[in-house]
Design a protein around this ligand. Structure first.
Ligand code: ADP
Ligand code: ZN
Ligand code: ZN
Length: 734
């Protein structure tokens, strides 16, 4: 490294460059340490990314960092490399990438580990006769006993165990019975990893054994796509691989989708591996998140299980990265830094030369195509592990069967039979609320949101119309605002289906699980426990129910309405629909009984259904890949979106036209520039939205164009009146 005296600092600001500072007066300022710096008229916390010997700014004008916040670098060279890469690849300001990578408390300038004050008994204290002390000072004796029992105990723990103890502390110290000392949180956490009783797993079947063998045979970096139907024993394979790595003294990172981190999965990791997994997800408090981050960085966390942002967590000794449900869209952040945790996991694996395992029952077309190109290894698990057999799929033609409240006659009788057999049914519908909208029976007026180009959803229980896009709400119209006639809910949501089922089946047997019903803390856990125990006979829910859960007694899955996915305008429509159907179907018949899946559709002749029924997900994916190749959509091309939003419609188009002009001036024939076009829902929460789509066969030219765009747009006048962003490899085209 050059013996440079200047700091190149990343600061959380929407500018894609580092800022130069002189080092602070005290301490050795190394890359990876945080500094407090003057920034504009304020102070900011920055991350030293590199040291340099010169700056574009004359030395006399450079400001000095006011304080060094870390004695040891928080981020090592590899961690900073990943941040640099992410900032480059996603064309996102580096300071904001650092912000995403750091836990909130570190972002705010708090120390990595605070010191904890503790007390313990001295030798005298340990030998003292408590009864004698108790005669003259009963409280002191109680306190001494508490401290003796605990070996060493923190002030915080004592505050809880014996309020008011601090008043007694001095007397015990004066008598040399106890002593005070300080430790760091780090030293403390070392003992926090409980010993858990370990249980043995099932004997591996030949497919599983082969997959494990293959992955083990790769010494270093190699991506394996574990493509196995639900229940084929993918998690079982993870457990074996994780155990190898942990026994070799290295760490494993497991990334899961937002709703994939179920208590069931965590319990399975814990009991099978005999260790306490360190969790990183959105429900943690800031302090818990920091503790997890610290444990990963220090190396004491052997297994880290987290949602997408955990992909940035520093690890002392990484040995393996697993991405479960690699197709899941929640692995891609849809705002701010729009990164894909799956793709960054692969980048990280390559950088550290360690294996990466991507698992899914419905792999993304991107990953399948990488397998076809032999860039990834395709490991298939075609059948369910153990005794379970795949569920039977059946279509109900809604144009031929009578239905009421969205439930057809064959569906009602299938549920009735299933209950009679003592088995459980799941009714799946990806729309919460009572009905998708309210319609006037006379003039056909539909209840729209005032702030979005969207319909209001009917929430009958609260007597409300609610916009699922911006949260706006108002009372249900009793009569049509235009003609005064009666209004009626149109279509079905989970609540309406639940009501309809309650009319026909005993209420105690039915439970609805969606984000409305589980908003209260703990209700989700309770509902899931009852469902797992088999007490609930009919589960009604959204995709919340379709992933990760294992309901042993569930044998029937009903899909109320899949048709909107058949005619999606998004080129990913059929991939998405097949994924969600296969995932929810995977809940059925996971143990010995035969499972069944019934799908209601008004278009049973659609080619999608014959592909799915005859060849499963693989066939749908194969057909979709052919179409994508013809149309040059990903994975056969690269996309980037320039999005813009503003309260004035004209502003977004002015900006996007400027962006288009800049792009055209670069003269890159291999990049197609499409737009500007309005987003499918042009107005959302009172803002107009539009976009420019860039499509390119190669990554390099697209990347070069985006670099120019980012740089030029940052200084562009029309950019000041809009909110704009770049989305590289977008998964939603709006
Ligand atoms: P996936 O992750 O692919 O959905 P799991 O690993 O959760 O599959 O396995 C599904 C069920 O089958 C679990 O109950 C698991 O304990 C069981 N299982 C997995 N592998 C085997 C095996 N080789 N023999 C018997 N049962 C197995
Ligand atoms: Zn009307
Ligand atoms: Zn709205």
């Amino acid at each position: 490294m050059s013996g440079g005296k200047l700091l190149k600092v990343a600061i959380n600001a929407p500018l894609s460059r580092l800022f130069d500072y002189l080092p602070p007066d005290d301490g050795e300022c190394r890359p990876g340490c945080r500094v407090r710096v003057p920034f504009g008229r304020q102070k900011a916390i920055g991350m030293v990314m590199e040291l340099a010997s010169d700056s574009d700014i004359p030395k006399s004008k450079l400001k000095k960092a006011s304080a060094l916040l870390d004695e040891q670098p928080l981020l090592d060279d590899d961690d900073r490399w990943l941040i640099d890469f992410t900032s480059d690849y996603y064309h996102h300001p580096i300071g904001e990438v650092v912000s995403t990578a750091l836990p909130a408390l570190l972002r705010q300038g708090k120390p990595l580990a605070s010191t904890i004050r503790k007390v313990s008994a001295t030798a005298t204290g340990a030998a003292a006769n408590l009864q004698i002390i108790a005669k003259r000072a009963p409280k002191q004796s109680t306190l001494l006993e508490l401290i003796r029992d605990a070996d060493a105990i923190s002030f915080a723990e004592l505050d809880e165990a014996m309020p008011g103890w601090r008043r007694l502390k001095k007397s015990l110290i004066d008598k040399s019975l106890i002593e005070e000392f300080e430790t760091s949180e780090d030293a403390d956490a070392r003992e926090a990893f409980a010993n858990v009783e370990q249980t043995a797993g099932p004997e591996l079947n030949p497919d599983q054994a082969r997959a494990i063998q293959t992955i083990r045979s790769h010494g270093g970096f190699r991506v394996s796509l574990l493509d196995g139907v639900t229940g084929s024993g993918k998690t079982e394979i993870y457990l074996h691989l994780i155990s190898d790595i942990i026994n070799a003294g290295r760490q494993v990172l497991v990334l899961v989708p937002e709703i994939g981190l179920t208590p069931q999965l965590v319990t399975r990791f814990r009991t099978r591996l005999g260790i306490e997994p360190v969790l990183m997800h959105s429900a943690l408090t800031d302090t818990e998140r920091l503790a997890a981050w610290r444990a990963a960085r220090r190396g004491s966390a052997q297994l880290i299980v987290g949602t997408r942002s955990a992909v940035f967590v520093p690890m002392k000794e990484p040995g393996l990265i697993i991405v479960d449900e690699e197709h899941d869209s929640s692995l891609k952040q849809q705002e701010g830094l729009r990164y894909s945790a799956r793709d960054l996991a692969v980048v990280r694996g390559k950088q550290r030369d360690i294996p990466v395992v991507l698992g899914s029952a419905t792999p993304s077309l991107e990953s399948l195509q990488r397998c076809r190109e032999n860039a990834y290894e395709h490991l298939r698990l075609p059948s369910r592990a153990g005794k379970a057999v795949p569920p039977l799929l059946r279509l109900v033609d809604m144009s031929r069967h009578a239905s009421s409240d969205g439930l057809s006659v064959p569906v009602i009788s299938a549920i009735t039979d299933n209950i009679r057999r003592g088995e459980q049914s799941l009714v799946f519908l990806n729309r919460r609320g009572f009905a998708p909208t309210l319609i006037c029976t006379a003039c056909g007026k539909i209840a729209d949101c005032d702030r979005c180009d969207a319909r209001m959803t009917v929430h009958a229980a609260k007597n409300q119309l609610l916009c699922h896009h911006c949260g706006a709400n108002r009372a249900i119209d009793t009569s049509c605002p235009d003609c005064g006639s009666e209004c009626r809910p149109l279509g079905e949501g989970t609540q309406r289906i639940e009501d309809a089922l309650r009319d026909r089946f005993p209420a105690d047997d039915i439970a609805r699980i969606d984000s409305d019903s589980t908003r209260l803390h703990g209700t989700m856990k309770k509902a899931l426990a009852a469902a797992t125990a088999g007490e609930t006979k009919i589960l009604v829910g959204t995709q919340m129910l379709s992933k990760g859960h294992h309901f042993p007694n569930l044998t029937l899955v009903i899909v109320i309405n899949a048709d909107q996915g058949l005619f999606s305008t998004d080129f990913r429509g059929s991939e998405r629909l097949a994924q969600s159907l296969v995932q929810v179907a995977g809940r059925s018949g996971r143990e010995a009984q035969q499972g069944e899946v019934i799908i209601q559709t008004a278009f049973p002749q659609h080619h999608f259904w014959s592909e799915l029924m005859n060849g499963g997900y693989e066939r749908v994916a194969g057909a979709a890949l052919v179409e994508r190749q013809k149309a040059a959509w990903p994975p056969f091309s690269r996309l980037a979106l320039i999005r813009a939003a503003a309260t004035r419609r004209q502003d977004i188009y002015d900006f996007l036209k400027d962006a288009r002009k800049i792009a055209e001036d670069q003269n890159m024939p291999e990049v197609r520039i499409l737009g500007p076009v309005s987003a499918p829902m042009e107005r959302k929460a009172g803002r107009y939205r539009a976009q420019l789509l860039l499509q390119s066969r190669g990554r390099r030219s697209l990347h070069a164009l985006l670099t120019v765009l980012r740089g030029t747009l940052e200084g562009c006048k029309s950019a000041r009146r809009v909110r704009w962003s770049i989305d590289v490899d977008p998964i939603e085209l709006f």
